[in-house]
Structures are given as C-alpha cells and as structure tokens.
Design a protein around this ligand. Sequence first.
Ligand SMILES: [Zn+2]
Length: 146
Amino acid sequence: MSNDLRLLEVGIRQKVFKAIDIMKQSFELKSLGVEDICVVETKRTLATQMAYYSRGRMAVKDVKLMYNAAGLYNISNEEAKTPNTWTLESKHLEGKAVDLAPMRNGVIWWNAPHEVWELMGEIGESTGLQWGGRWKENKDTPHFQV
Ligand SMILES: [Zn+2]
C-alpha cells in the first residue's frame, strides 16, 4: 500500500496534483472544517488488492494471513469481517486511481459531512477525474480515477 503520488500514471498525476491544490485552497472546504487533504492510497499491488478482497469473504484468520503476506498492518477481527472492496480489477493496480480524504485535528476525517465529500468530488471532476461518489452501486467517495 502506497500513498506516493509519483507512482501514479502520467495521465492522472497532473489532474490529481491540480485537484489536491484546489482542495487545499478551497475556502468552502475550510469553512466546513477541513484543515488539510490526505493522500490515502495511490498505486496498489495485486497482493494488497487480494488482501482487501478477502475481507468479509474468508475466515478472519485467513484474512489476517493475507494482510500479513501483503505487508499490510495487523487488521482487527472486526475489520477482517467487513468487506472493503467489491473487485479484483481496481484501477489502483495500474496506478490510475487515488483515494483522497479530508483531515481535521491532524487525523483523517472519515465521518466528515456529505457536503465535504461532495465538494471534494466536484473539485476532482473539474480537473478531469472520475469520482467514485457518482457510482450508482458501491459508492466510493474518497476514490478518483481516470
Ligand atoms: Zn480507491
């Protein structure tokens, strides 16, 4: 799992840089309480994608083994039981996707209000990215791709 923007494909990299720049300067996001923007994940290995995919689909002990084999963190039992992804064919594997999240009080603000995610989505779209918050099924609000 990496959050290195340099691992992104050239075609998406500039759009992501631009989007993050606009998000960081957005007065509207600031007024909603966003202090910064966090790059959660860029390019993903197949081992990581498979580990994510195993969540909620395999026994907890096997999910833990998958996480370990992929070099990920020690996942809790609760997380291991919770599905995390619906596909093995993520754009993250090709370096054509990024997950961005708002930050507040120095930590990722996962339960930020809908307006925050919506605004971040619109900003990403304005730079030419597709936003996972528009998907009809399996909405993925931190996710942007080309
Ligand atoms: Zn994503």
